[in-house]
Ligand binder design. Structure first.
Ligand code: NAI
Ligand code: MG
Length: 498
């Protein structure tokens, strides 16, 4: 594909440029002068270096964001101007789609075709969708009665104000898209941002920030601090000058964010882990359910918070579905993200490789049957064969814990009534899938599932208009849709005696 090659050469040029932090509209080096290495996960080789930002850099970024929030070209912009700017950001992302997809593929390892078809257009669309909200943020007027002042009259209403300076900490599985999910509502509501990308995948966010400057984003509205979680991330989470932290990542770190934010009770939203049930009933159209169940776990190499990692199959079709999903797993072409024909790339890092293969080993030790896969594939990159396990249950690590790799655990069930108890048998509640041709069965099950998203006869469908987030330990709050606008605004009630 010519477009892919085009994107790859532009991405290569981007890699050659020095990478800096974005603070107050200027690209600057980290105060401590350290850098960190960026790897190509398909080769396990260093391809770039970025600044290793720390507390001092976060301080400067917060000061810049505060100034931009309170007194700047940004704070004086009309809602309509903000919306138009966000539309323009979306257009510039579309114009640079090949380049951004190639950068994402190099840095994260995902197939460039997937980044081009999903990550990049979803990011562009998110900015444009959220840009529409900029002019539609409004409060209410109220007829208040106030029994203890019977003769008084009041004019009472609410105003939605930007929540303030927002710290955003994002993960490495969808680096560009997660930046868009976070930045879209912040900009729509007039907030300003200190953004920390994941140390594994900082590149596409740095390029996005350049493009946002090009679109005309005023200085200080977006500040980007690359660096490690324990240093730069922790500094963002605890910073007294930050009004809200929005985090996507592990449940473990999510709990640390909550503790760090408790110091000054800053607002927190969290999009955390999952162990999502995907339920195939015997009456499902297996021609869609089998590839659907494979896609639910293997999309993005299983590195999805909502991955359908617990596959419940009704016993009458258990063998067929298990064999079908295993067949799909075996047919997936592994390779470097930029190579043509690659359907699944490597895991993002050596650490994740170790983590995922560790889970697979624990399954073997506990006597879980490996139907297919179950091993590292290449000695160089961080490749793991798509893996199907059979016979795990409560007490097995592979059943209880989020693996975040291409590993699915299949479990049989007998009756529809058995499903809610097993499906909800997890600390998480991010997503769930149902495959059936019986619409009543689906509708009876939907309200019983403790999950923020339920997909029926489909999986992994995302849209800027559709809220996403978790029940239970999968998080606090929602991303996207109208709901996220409320997560980025404070409500001010005004009461005037007239
Ligand atoms: P992580 O939660 O450590 O990293 C996510 C982000 O948080 C990164 O930007 C990181 O720098 C930052 N971070 C780490 N420690 C921090 C701290 N103390 N304070 C503030 N920020 C901090 O996730 P990690 O270690 O990369 O992956 C571990 C597991 O987490 C995965 O195996 C997976 O199960 C889960 N995970 C879930 C994601 C999701 O989309 N829900 C995304 C990434 C990981
Ligand atoms: Mg971590």
């Amino acid at each position: 594909m010519a477009t892919t090659i085009e994107g790859a050469s532009v991405a290569a040029r981007f890699l050659e440029q020095p990478k800096r932090l974005l603070i107050d509209g200027e690209w600057v080096e980290a105060r401590h002068g350290r850098t960190l290495e960026v790897f190509d996960p398909a080769l396990g080789e260093v391809i770039d270096h970025v600044q290793d930002g720390d507390r001092d850099d976060v301080d400067l970024a917060v000061t810049a964001a505060r100034k931009a929030l309170e007194d700047s070209a940004w704070s004086r912009m009309t809602a309509s101007e903000r919306g138009r700017l966000m539309w323009k950001i979306g257009e510039i992302i579309y114009e640079h789609a090949d380049e951004l997809a190639a950068i994402e593929s190099l840095d994260n390892g995902k197939p460039v075709g997937v980044a081009r078809a999903a990550d990049v257009p979803l990011a562009a669309d998110l900015f444009q969708y959220m840009g529409g909200w900029a002019t539609k943020i409004f409060g209410h007027t109220f007829q208040i009665s106030v029994p203890y002042t019977p003769d008084a009259q009041y004019h009472a209403y609410t105003v939605k104000e930007p929540i303030g300076v927002v710290g955003q900490i994002i993960p490495w599985n969808f680096p560009l898209l997660m930046a868009a999910w976070k930045l879209g509502p912040a900009l729509a509501t007039g907030c300003t941002v200190v953004l920390k990308p994941a140390e594994q995948t900082p590149l596409s966010v740095l390029r996005l920030a350049e493009l946002m400057q090009e679109a005309g984003l005023p200085d200080g509205v977006l500040n980007v601090i690359t660096g490690f979680g324990e240093t730069a991330g922790a500094a963002v989470a605890a910073h007294p000058g930050i009004d809200k932290v929005a985090f996507t990542g592990s449940t473990e770190v999510g709990k640390m964010i909550v503790k760090a934010a408790a110091g000054d009770l800053k607002r927190v939203t969290l999009e955390l882990g999952g162990k999502s049930p995907n339920v195939v009933f015997a009456d499902a159209d297996l021609e869609t359910a089998i590839p659907g169940a494979a896609n639910a776990i293997f999309f993005n190499h299983g590195q999805c918070c909502c991955a359908g990692s617990r596959l419940y199959i009704q016993h009458k079709v258990y063998d067929d579905v298990l064999a079908g999903v295993a067949g799909k797993a075996e047919s997936i072409k592994l390779g470097r993200g930029l190579d043509e024909g690659t359907e699944m790339g490597p895991l993002v890092s050596a650490e994740q490789l170790e983590r995922v293969t560790g889970f697979i080993e624990s399954g073997k030790v506990e006597g879980i049957r490996t139907v297919t896969g179950g091993r590292q594939v290449s000695p160089n990159g961080y490749f793991v064969a798509p893996t199907v396990l059979d016979g795990a249950g409560p007490g097995n690590k592979v059943y209880d814990e989020e693996i975040f790799g291409p590993v699915v655990t299949a479990i049989p069930f007998k009756e529809p009534e058995d499903v809610p108890a097993v499906a909800n048998e997890t600390i998480y509640g991010l997503a769930a899938g149902i495959w059936t041709n019986d619409i009543s069965k689906a509708h009876r099950l939907i309200p019983q599932l403790k999950a923020g998203t339920v997909w029926v006869n489909t999986y992994n469908v995302f849209d800027a208009a559709l809220p996403f987030g978790g029940y239970k330990q999968s998080g606090w709050g929602r991303e996207m849709g109208e709901e996220v606008i409320h997560e980025y605004t404070e409500t001010k009630s005004v009461c005037i005696a007239i």
